[in-house]
Design a protein around this ligand. Structure first.
Ligand code: ADP
Length: 376
């Protein structure tokens, strides 16, 4: 079975082609500069994909699409029928930048790959499927939830799901019995608390702004601090959105959003870089401790994403703060980059394991599963 995975973004379209019999990648590519996001632009990008794939484009069985937001409607990946497209279009308000591009990609595929089924894989679905209200609701007047859907949704769900399945396999436990804290640390970062294979809490919220200190996002902040800056500097909501999402986090603290630069600055003794790394490590460790409690004791703590998979330095700074959980680092094992490895020392109460994520493969797997469930 051949599955095309499409990540249609506002300025680029990324794709991967998988042979799902062996779960091997047959092709991978990127089409840049789609333009202003209209459907015509996505069709042009996909025409480029078809040209790049050549003969391989001919016998694609299904297409899996990464879609940012599934609201509370999509608690699992879904076949993008007319009815489901209509439901997804109602969720554009939750991702005005990404959703039109994501859904434009689906529509373009319907035209270019005639008769080939399209499956939507939502970044929020893994969280929203099982997250209890005590974690998912905000303590504001419930009318805002009822009227506008203001609540926690969570993101990176596809990555957390992949990691959950991979960790269960690694730990030789059924997915439905595994308790984990999964840490996706990249440019955008989030943690998920996994109890019995499902999410019970996650650090991102209504949008990906909440939670950890990220490349350009501030993560958790007192909402009154936001109001205070808006009021004092007379900033509009749009300006404040840019400030918090694009000009905060590691970038604001150090001048770079790239963790490698910041580690190099810290090694040179630059205090602001040292502080930024400690802020990142502190908040991550704080949530790991909290989520370990929430899941009733984790079977393992998993690190993934660009930083989690590659940065021994950041991992060390995080794990150092977990001594109260009986966790100790194996410094030699912690040199690992981009492969599955236990980085905690023998005798650690909870193992810490690096597991590379593969969101595209997860999308392809879900696409196969959804099609298998389809009533013909
Ligand atoms: P995205 O969230 O955009 O998918 P990634 O998961 O690719 O991002 O993560 C990007 C981050 O990973 C960057 O901050 C980058 O510096 C960091 N990173 C990648 N490789 C290394 C490394 N060897 N050491 C430290 N950080 C790394």
């Amino acid at each position: 079975m051949k599955i095309l995975v499409v990540n249609s973004g506002s300025s680029s379209l990324k794709y991967q082609l998988f042979d799902m019999k062996t779960e091997t990648r047959l092709a991978k590519g990127l089409v840049e500069r789609i333009g202003c996001g209209g459907p015509k632009d996505h069709a042009a990008a996909l025409a480029q994909v078809v040209a790049d794939l050549g003969d391989a484009a001919k016998d694609i069985d299904a297409i899996g699409h990464r879609i940012l937001h599934g609201g509370e409607v999509f608690t699992d990946s879904a076949l993008m029928t007319k009815a489901n497209m209509a439901k997804a279009k109602k969720l554009v308000k939750f991702g005005p930048l990404h959703m039109p591009a994501n859904l434009g990609g689906v529509e373009a595929c319907e035209r270019i790959f005639k008769g080939v089924p399209n499956v939507g894989v939502f970044d929020t679905a893994f969280h929203i499927a099982t997250m209890p209200d005590c974690a998912g609701m905000y303590a504001i007047d419930p009318k805002y939830y009822k009227k506008y859907g203001i609540r926690k949704y969570g993101f990176h769900g596809t990555s957390h799901k992949f990691i959950t399945q991979a960790a269960a396999k690694f730990l030789k436990k059924p997915v439905a019995k595994v308790n984990l804290v999964t840490c996706h640390l990249g440019n955008g970062s989030s943690l998920a608390a996994i109890r019995n294979g499902g999410v019970v809490d996650t650090t991102m919220g209504l949008t990906p702004l909440a939670g950890l200190v990220m490349g350009t996002r501030c993560g958790d902040i007192d909402a009154a601090a936001v109001l205070s800056i808006m009021e004092t500097e007379k900033k509009s909501p749009a300006e404040m959105d840019t400030l918090l999402n694009k000009k905060s986090g590691l970038l604001a603290l150090t001048g770079s959003s790239d963790c490698r630069d910041i580690c190099a600055m810290a090694a040179r003794g630059e205090k602001k870089a040292e502080l930024a790394l400690e802020m990142l490590a502190y908040r991550t460790a704080l949530y790991i401790g909290a989520y370990n409690t929430v899941v009733g004791g984790a079977d393992a703590i998993i690190m993934t994403g660009g930083i989690g998979e590659n940065s021994g330095e950041v991992r060390e700074r995080i794990v150092k703060r977990l001594a109260a959980l009986g966790i100790k680092l194996d410094k030699k094992a912690n040199k690992v980059r981009g492969e599955v490895k236990v980085i905690s020392a023998k005798g650690s109460k909870i193992p810490v394991v690096v597991i590379p994520t593969n969101e595209e493969l997860m999308i392809a797997r879900d696409t196969v599963r959804v099609l298998g469930n389809r009533k013909v």
